[in-house]
Design a protein around this ligand. Structure first.
Ligand code: GDP
Ligand code: IMO
Ligand code: MG
Length: 422
């Protein structure tokens, strides 16, 4: 059984937690897109792990984890992450972590170019994570990127980096940003690369062999559908296909290998960074932040919070081909008296049940709400779906009905064990 786990909102839906939970019955966990802009939190056995580039299957013994060709990989960031996770008692061996030789390298100046671009946009800035994701993907598409395989040939990579550093400096100098010294960049990248070298391989035949021998593959999406470069709230998006198709192009496994797509969403909506967010609600944001919830795992920024938006979810279920929903953070609404569900947008007097493409239409979108009673009881100790209060089940049923996909999992707390199977 090969399953894609994908985010249905603006990221941070709880993908990491669901992937970790499902890894128990999987053999291989694969990241196919994004980079260390992702921040996936897993809480298990009393410890908290925050993963950026490492697949969330890394916490389990005897599982293979793959960083696929579609990922943009910051070697310096990955080494720091490996050391941090190893310090938490998780060994990361070359058998346990495979890195695609086709993955593109995020170089130190990509991060600075990311900052320069944001500065140039002023109040139109994207609010990126400043991890160099956009500039690295731009180099990839512009056919001037460097891949992990290229670093194996130091002479070639040195010439390439030297040229790219000179080009980057021309931009950076205009913004009074840090100028790079090619030799320093090369040293920094190669120090990290030497730690990663034993992990680098052609991951495509490895994944095909696993597929053909009937192993269970789990694909871990990063970001979410509304951050997808094609389907998201462009230009306030990330630079990869975060939707299910990205797992195939980002791993070398074809669509015919996929058996199921689990779409992860929160029981409400959150967004970090700029861009449209029709159902944002100040009261709900203050309430959740007051509980210490909804601060970004990568940048620590408070996430904007709002009501469940089924316009987004309906679209996300369509473009991802969702076969089952994992609704997380149901417990976040435990104390709320009355809940709102957005069923459509009113844009200039016309009701829309799918998101618009036109960016100015987003600004005129007025959510149409349906009101539902809250359950006002603690769900965090529930161990079976049937134990959920009737109003919580009614809310989930309505969500499922409006999105057109069945509910497969429900999250009632951040711990691995607080996952209910429907
Ligand atoms: P990801 O990027 O999709 O993996 O999600 P993040 O880890 O960035 O953000 C999700 C946050 O919600 C993290 O702090 C998780 O520990 C937490 N979380 C996930 N599922 C649940 C849940 O069902 N209940 C609660 N209370 N927290 C959850
Ligand atoms: P996970 O995998 C939430 C957002 C940024 C910004 C936009 C572009 O944890 O769900 P980028 O650095 O990618 O160029 O930023 O995308 N963003 C995320 N928001 N969760 C993420 O990842 C995100 N990765 C990027 O905040 O709005
Ligand atoms: Mg996250």
């Amino acid at each position: 059984m090969n399953t894609i786990i994908t985010g249905l909102q603006w990221g941070d839906e709880g993908k990491g937690k669901i992937v970790d939970y499902l890894t128990e019955s999987a053999d291989v966990v694969i990241r196919g897109q994004g980079g260390n802009n992702a921040g996936h939190t897993v809480i298990a056995g009393g410890a908290k792990y925050v993963l950026h580039l490492l697949p969330s299957g890394i916490l389990w013994d005897n599982k293979t984890n793959v960083i696929g060709n579609g990922v943009v990989l910051d070697p310096v960031g990955l080494v720091i992450e490996i050391e941090r996770i190893e310090a938490q008692g998780i060994a990361i061996t070359p058998e346990k972590l495979l890195i695609s030789d086709r993955s593109h390298v995020v170089l130190p100046f990509h991060k600075e170019l990311d900052a320069a671009r944001e500065a140039s946009l002023g109040d139109q800035k994207i609010g990126t994570t400043k991890r160099g994701i956009g500039p690295a993907y731009a180099d990839k598409v512009n056919r001037c990127g460097l891949r992990m395989a290229d670093l194996l040939d130091r002479e070639f990579a040195t010439a390439q980096i030297t040229r790219r550093v000179a080009e980057a400096n021309e931009v950076l100098v205009r913004y009074n940003l840090t100028i790079f010294e090619a030799s320093q960049v090369i040293d920094e990248v190669y120090t990290a690369f030497e730690r990663l070298r034993p992990h680098i391989t052609n991951t495509i035949p490895v994944l095909h062999a696993a597929w053909k021998s009937g192993k269970n593959l789990l694909f871990e999406g990063a970001q979410g559908t509304l951050l997808d470069i094609d389907y998201g709230t462009y230009p306030f998006v990330t630079s990869s296909n975060t939707t299910s198709g990205g797992s195939c192009t980002g791993s070398g496994l074809p669509p015919t290998a996929i058996d199921a797509v689990i779409g992860v969403c929160k029981a409400y909506t959150t967004r970090v960074g700029s861009g449209p967010f029709p159902t944002v609600d100040e009261g709900l944001s203050e309430y959740l932040h007051g509980l210490g919830r909804e601060f970004g795992a990568t940048t620590g920024r408070p996430r904007g919070c709002g009501w469940l938006d089924t316009v987004l979810l309906r679209f996300a279920c369509m473009v991802n081909g969702v076969t089952g929903l994992a609704v997380t953070n149901v417990d976040g609404l435990d104390a709320y008296e009355t809940l709102q569900i957005c069923t459509g947008y009113n844009i200039d007097g016309v009701v829309h049940t799918l998101p618009p493409a036109d960016r100015s239409a987003w600004d005129r979108a007025v959510p149409i709400y349906e009101t539902m009673p809250g359950w006002q009881s603690d769900t965090t100790a529930c161990t079976e779906y049937t134990q959920l209060p009737a109003q919580a089940k009614a809310y989930l049923n309505r969500l499922s009905e409006l999105c057109g996909a069945p509910i497969a999992f429900v999250g009632v707390g951040p711990d691995r064990v607080q996952t209910l199977v429907v």
